[in-house]
Design a protein around this ligand. Sequence first.
Ligand SMILES: *Cc1c(COP(=O)(O)O)cnc(C)c1O
Length: 409
Amino acid sequence: MNTSASIPFNYPYLSGLETTYIEQAVKSGKISGDGIFTRKCHTFFEEKYGFRKALLTTSCTDALEMAALLLNIQPGDEVIAPGYTFVSTVNAFVLRGATIIFADSEPNNPNIDVASIEALITPKTKAIIPVHYGGIAVDMDPLISLATKYNIPIVEDAAQAIDSFYKGKPLGGIGQLSSFSFHETKNIISGEGGMLVINDPQYIKRAEIIREKGTNRSAFFRGEIDKYGWVDIGSSFLPSEIIAAFLFAQLEQLDRIQARRKQIWDTYAKALKPLETKGNIQLPNVPAFATQNGHLFYIVCKTLQERTDLIDHLKAKNIAAVFHYQSLYKSPYYAPFHQGKDLPNCDRFTDCLLRLPLFYELTDIQQDRVISEIFEFYKSYSMGNCFKSFKYKTLPKCKIHIKLKIFIS
Ligand SMILES: *Cc1c(COP(=O)(O)O)cnc(C)c1O
C-alpha cells in the first residue's frame, strides 16, 4: 500500500441501493415530486425523530427561504444569527429584505453565544436562527426562554445536525421551524437536497402551499379539495422522486453511517487530546447537554499563520484539511450593512479553525496518518514558529518562549 496516497477531505458515501431505488422511481412512471420515495423519507423523519411535519426540499437553502416566507419576513425586519455560519443561514432572510443582526460565537465553541442575544433584540426582531455547528447543539433552553419572553420564532439551521441531540431531544425538533441539508458534504446525502421541518403546526398548511408554487395542490392530491389553484405566494421547492429515491437509500443506512462517523470523531478526539493538554490546539467542546453526530472534526490553532503552516504541512503529506467559514459580517457583500461591533470569537474561528478529513470510508490507517502528521507538525512547530516571528518583531515574547523550552527540556 502506498502510504503517501492522498487523503481527501471528504468522499461521498454510497449505500449501494441508490441507483436501484432511482431505477424503481423511474420505472414507476412518476418522477416529479411527492411520490412514494418522498413519502417514505417524510415518514422516516417523522417517526424516528418525532418531527411534527417533514417536507423535503431541493436544498437546505430552499428550506431556509421557505422559513423566511412562512414567517412573513418584510423589509426592515431584523433577524438574529451567528456571524460564523454558512451564507444561506442569513441570505434566505436577506432575500426578503431583512437586516441581519450578527451575534458572536461562544469563546470556546463556534455556536452562537446565547447570553449575548438579549442585548440584540429590538421590536423589529422577527426571528432568531441558531446554527448547530458541527452537529453540536446550541444551548436551546435559555434561547427558548428568551424567544418566548419576546415572542420571537426560532428557526434552527440544523443543516449539519442530523441525528444529534440536545438533552435527549433531536436537533431540528425544537424550534418552530428547522432546516436540514443533504448536500454531498453532509452525513446523509442526495447530492443536493434538504428538508424543512415544521414543529409548530400553525405553519403546516401554508408550508405545503409555498412549496408547491403557491398552490393548494398537496391538499388536492390528498383529495381534500376538488380543484387546486393559486392561493398564496410560493415557489418550486420540492425535489423530484429521483432525489428522494437516492436519499431513502441513505436513510436506510443512517445508523451504520452515524456509528462509523462518530467512531472516527472519537478517535480524533482521543488521539489529539495530548496536544490540547500541552496547549498546542483546542479540540471541539461538546457540552454536557449536547451530543456529537460525527459531522465534522475540527481543531483550533493559535494563529492564522500557524493554521496556514499546518495546512501546508498536511498538504505536503497529501492530506487535505480545510478551514471553514469567514465571518459573514466582514464579507464583501454584508460588511457595508453591518451595524454592530466586531465579533472577536467569530474572527478567531475564521482564522484558526481547521477541519480534518472525516468521511465514512476513511480507513483507520489513513486516520492514523492524519493524526501522526499533526503530531509531527507540532513537534517542531513551536521552535520554528519562534524563529519565524523574529521577522514580525515579537522578539521579547520569543525569548521567553525559548527560555521556557530550554527550562522544561
Ligand atoms: C450546508 C449548510 C447549509 C446549506 O445547505 P444546502 O443544502 O447546500 O443548501 C446551510 N447552513 C449550514 C449551517 C450548512 O452547513
